[in-house]
Design a binder for this molecule. Structure first.
Ligand SMILES: *Cc1c(COP(=O)(O)O)cnc(C)c1O
Length: 413
């Protein structure tokens, strides 16, 4: 027998997943069994403080009572109707999301990548119908270093070779501008441009914060050239960065024409994503143009309504802002020689490691040994993005472990 009595539960799970699952991820070797608040427990009974929050899908933490109650109630009523019929959660969900965001209309999907696909389809059709762009010529400008998901069309505008290698041919019509550089956007605009799609902070690229005023200038340029300004708030939205939506850091003058939302909208329970925009723009979609079997299902909508209520009423934005400042100042105060820069906004924090030191992954493995889970963003940035429900005392607890590990790193020989 290959299985020995000594094999730990962790080893067994790793072996099974390795044997039967696709190897399209490189997870830390921890097998989570349950979660409560900001803490998870593995199959060995070890506890960890989660500082990734499922890439911000768990902004409200694990096993949040309000979400469980709403989900349970809806599970016992109806979970799926398809859009062939109406359901009594979809309308209220759309109205409440409009009230929260200040937009007029919602189109719900499931994953973030689908929301981005929806945004691209919407922008293209808008361009043909409202701007008179020549058939099949529409261009959506994207930013270098972007991350918008993993479908073929979405990786068509990625600049990360690994995301693209082996997956061509790609969808045409996505010129690139430099991120954080409004002049570069303006130079890239042609008569065929219908939209500019951008993350207000590039998270996967290493928590890259654009210069102040960038989004306002983008707004002006998009207005001047009559193109849609679309922000991908899938990771940065819903209070992650200290504002309800990251673009709000620059105020109402920076308001985009459309937002893509996802991740935390599903309360960490169900996948749900959406685009929000004006009635005029959304109305380019006619019955039959676009859809999704699970999009707008009553279970997801019921859960998302709780997320919307918490964002609107629970002061999560202020909490994220304050705790983010506290956490960043503590990270800065470590003064580790391995650290190039501590950056971010709210509780979306990146610690860039200098090139001649161990990779960010090495630090994440050390943190895990000390009971802290986080993940590298690119090779050289450690990302800290805990649930927004984290307490200051949890951050202090974490810093007692993070600080010494950051300090212990020696330059590569
Ligand atoms: C995670 C993410 C996506 C993709 O969302 P999925 O649900 O994984 O498809 C798109 N944009 C941004 C900015 C993201 O962080």
């Amino acid at each position: 027998m290959a299985t020995t009595l000594q094999e730990t539960k962790t080893a067994e799970h790793l072996r099974i997943a390795e044997a039967h699952g696709a190897h399209n991820y490189h997870p830390l070797p921890v097998i989570i069994e349950s979660g409560q608040g900001c803490w998870v427990q593995d199959v060995e009974g070890n506890k960890y403080l989660d500082m990734l929050a499922a890439y911000s899908a768990l902004n409200f933490g694990y096993s949040n009572e309000r979400f469980i109650a709403a989900a349970t109630k809806q599970l016992n009523k109806v979970t799926l109707t398809s859009r062939a019929f109406h359901n009594d959660q979809l309308g209220p969900f759309c109205r409440e999301l409009c009230e929260l965001t200040g937009y007029e209309a919602v189109l719900p999907m499931n994953s973030g990548a689908e929301a981005v696909e929806t945004a691209v389809k919407c922008a293209r059709k808008w361009g043909y119908q409202k701007k008179g762009v020549a058939r099949n010529k529409a261009e959506v400008i994207c930013a270098r270093g972007n991350f918008h998901g993993r479908t073929v069309t979405v990786v068509s505008f990625s600049t990360d070779e690994q995301y693209r290698e082996g997956f061509g041919p790609f969808t045409p019509g996505f010129p690139l501008a430099e991120f954080g550089d409004a002049d570069s956007l303006e130079k890239t605009i042609t008569e065929n441009t219908v939209a500019f799609l951008v993350e207000p902070i590039q998270a996967e690229s290493g928590i890259l914060v654009p210069p102040d005023g960038y989004l306002k200038r983008v707004r002006d340029i998009c207005t001047k050239h009559n193109i849609l300004f679309i922000v991908d708030e899938i990771q940065t939205g819903l209070c992650r960065t200290g504002d309800r939506f990251a673009w709000q850091h620059e105020g109402e003058d920076a308001r985009p024409d459309m937002m893509c939302l996802g991740k935390a909208l599903g309360g960490g329970i169900v996948p749900i994503s959406a685009i929000v925009t004006s009635r005029e723009v959304i109305d380019v979609f006619k019955p039959g143009d676009h859809g999704s079997t699970f999009g707008g299902n009553p279970l997801a909508c019921a859960v998302a309504r709780v997320a919307i209520d918490m964002i609107a009423n629970d002061g999560m934005d202020a909490r994220s802002k304050e705790l983010g400042l506290f956490f960043r100042s503590k990270l800065q105060a470590v003064g580790a020689k391995a650290v190039q820069e501590v950056r971010g906004r709210g509780l979306l924090i990146g610690v860039e490691i200098k090139p001649n030191f161990p990779k960010a992954r090495w630090f994440c493995e050390k943190f895990m040994e000390q009971g802290i889970l986080c993940k590298d963003a690119h090779e050289d940035v450690i990302r800290f993005a805990p649930p927004l429900t984290i307490e200051q005392t949890d951050i202090e607890w974490a810093m007692e472990r993070i600080g010494p590990i950051l300090q212990s790193a020696e330059p590569n020989a």
